[in-house]
Design a binder for this molecule. Structure first.
Ligand SMILES: Cc1ncc(COP(=O)(O)O)c(C=O)c1O
Length: 490
């Protein structure tokens, strides 16, 4: 058999034309005459078919439930009419008039028109030549990779890779999550929990299913959450947060009254980017405004379980009742690549959210759910949280001590008391863009989080992720930041 070129590849057989010959025949056997006519109609209908290969005899016979002889006879008849030619052992081809063009030269159709979106501020998780000072991730060196690997191994041995997925998520894992939430003052039935691909997907599901398109969120807000809302066609508006003071009740009430959102999406603890956590007073005001202005709440509780001594502080769902949708995730705390989160809904909201999940991704990979279940079931998660909380406390305290030692008088920072980040606020005369460039040249990366704000940033600084760096890395980074700030201030 010869060799053919196809789009600059050498292949054994050229591709063949797609024929649908049975459309009018309701599945009954085609006669040879009918076959000849149908094929003839098709190959004469477009000059691009010239030189192209016909379906192999056995393939067409199989598809139409006819004998190979019948197809062969029809092809022979077409050959006798000069419409097709056979080439030794390569099959039948539409008689050549010109070089086959159908598959070789794509017809350039118009490019898709997308919204104006840029893929910006992308920093690699680990840049071996640089210290990433603004990461919200936990240092993978303190994440439980070995224990997780053991869980995956055990799942693969028994019961093995699940054959089918549960659309909602592995029931045993949902049950575990419901029990954990109960210990945090959140009553939720396991049937009202949906496992998601990270909490990012939880936010996606809510916005897909939402009837009202007006959504309020913090300003600054978790920037990929804000982007997601905007890309899903939500009309967003910002509710300003000052990382040192918190919320201004008057401004919030004014904005809520003006925009009348269907949903307000808020991160209760250790917000990204500014590390702020709501006080209980603020939470109670927010749930009261929800009643007054008639909006629903989506609570992003990513920071829960990043508070020292395995403590917790009741958030929006605990104080606002089961209409508050609640989302959380294991990705930051167990392993980023795990991509497993969940949403806790209630009887009214579970249906639309489930449909949103099915149209979006159908299910989370069952193997990941099973391994995480094992991780929780063996008690590894609780043990790991204790360890990670201690480690974060040490890093947090160390970061504070370095800032106290080295930062110039006019620089200030927040003391979130847990979570992965704090906010460093600089005097206005320090040009942040210049600072970023100067630091980058010295191998320290910072994120200015401009895209997390709804307009001109009302804070002048950046986040410091102490959970991501070792003491040694933090020392180098803080020293360089302090030096460069001093230079830019003077
Ligand atoms: C506040 C907040 N919510 C949600 C997410 C999404 O997290 P994941 O999808 O990894 O659970 C992030 C990620 O950084 C975040 O910072």
């Amino acid at each position: 058999m010869g060799q053919f070129f196809f789009k600059e590849c050498i292949i054994e057989r050229p591709p063949y034309i797609r024929f649908n010959l049975d459309t009018k025949n309701s599945g009954r056997h085609l006669s040879i005459e009918q076959l000849v006519t149908l094929i003839k109609d098709q190959i004469l209908s477009d000059h691009h078919f010239k030189g192209c290969r016909l379906p192999p005899v056995r393939a067409l016979a199989h598809q139409l439930g006819l004998s190979k002889n019948t197809i062969q006879t029809a092809y022979d008849e077409l050959r006798a009419q000069g419409l097709v030619e056979s080439r030794d052992r390569s099959g039948f081809f539409v008689t050549r008039g010109e070089k086959p063009r159908l598959f070789d030269n794509p017809i350039n159709v118009p490019a898709l028109e997308f919204k104006k979106i840029s893929y910006d501020e992308f920093i690699r998780f680990k840049d071996h030549d640089a210290i990433n000072l603004s990461s919200v991730f936990i240092d993978p060196r303190i994440l439980p990779k070995d224990k997780l690997t053991a869980c995956f191994r055990s799942v693969l041995k028994s019961p093995g890779i699940p054959e089918f997925h549960d659309h909602q998520g592995m029931p045993a894992l949902r049950k575990k999550i419901a029990a954990r939430l109960k210990n945090r003052g959140i009553e939720v039935d396991m049937d009202h929990i949906i496992l998601t691909s990270g909490s990012q997907q939880a936010l996606d599901l809510v916005t897909r299913a939402l009837a009202s398109k007006v959504v309020g969120t913090e300003d600054p807000s978790y920037h990929l959450g804000k982007y997601l809302l905007e890309m899903n066609g939500m009309k967003t508006f910002g509710l300003p947060i000052d990382p040192f003071i918190g919320i201004d009740a008057n401004i919030w009430q004014k904005r809520l009254a003006e925009h009348r959102p269907g949903l307000v999406y808020l991160t209760t603890s250790f917000q990204n980017p500014n590390g702020y956590s709501y006080s209980s007073l603020e939470i109670s005001s927010i749930v009261n405004w929800a009643k007054e202005f008639n909006f629903g709440i989506l609570e992003d509780d990513w920071g829960a379980e990043m508070l020292s001594y395995s403590e917790f502080k009741p958030g929006l769902r605990a104080m606002g009742g089961s209409n508050v949708l609640y989302m959380n995730s294991f990705t930051k705390k167990v392993l980023p690549s795990l991509r497993l989160g969940y949403i806790a809904a209630n009887e009214k909201t579970i249906g639309p959210l489930m449909m949103a999940k099915r149209v979006s991704t159908i299910a989370v990979p069952g193997i990941i759910e099973a391994a995480l279940f094992e991780f929780l079931d063996r008690g590894y998660y609780d043990a790991h949280l204790k360890y990670v909380q201690k480690e974060l406390d040490i890093r947090y305290q160390y970061c504070l001590s370095l800032l106290r030692e080295q930062m110039p008088e006019e620089v200030k920072w927040t003391t979130p008391g847990g979570g992965p980040v704090l906010w460093l606020e600089l005097p206005k005369r320090v040009n942040l863009d210049q600072l970023l460039v100067k630091l980058k040249a010295q191998g320290v990366l910072i994120q200015l989080s401009k895209n997390a704000f709804f307009s001109e940033p009302h804070s002048h600084g950046f986040k410091i992720g102490y959970a991501f760096l070792s003491k040694a890395e933090m020392e180098i980074a803080v020293e360089k930041v302090a030096q460069e700030i001093r230079k830019l201030m003077s």
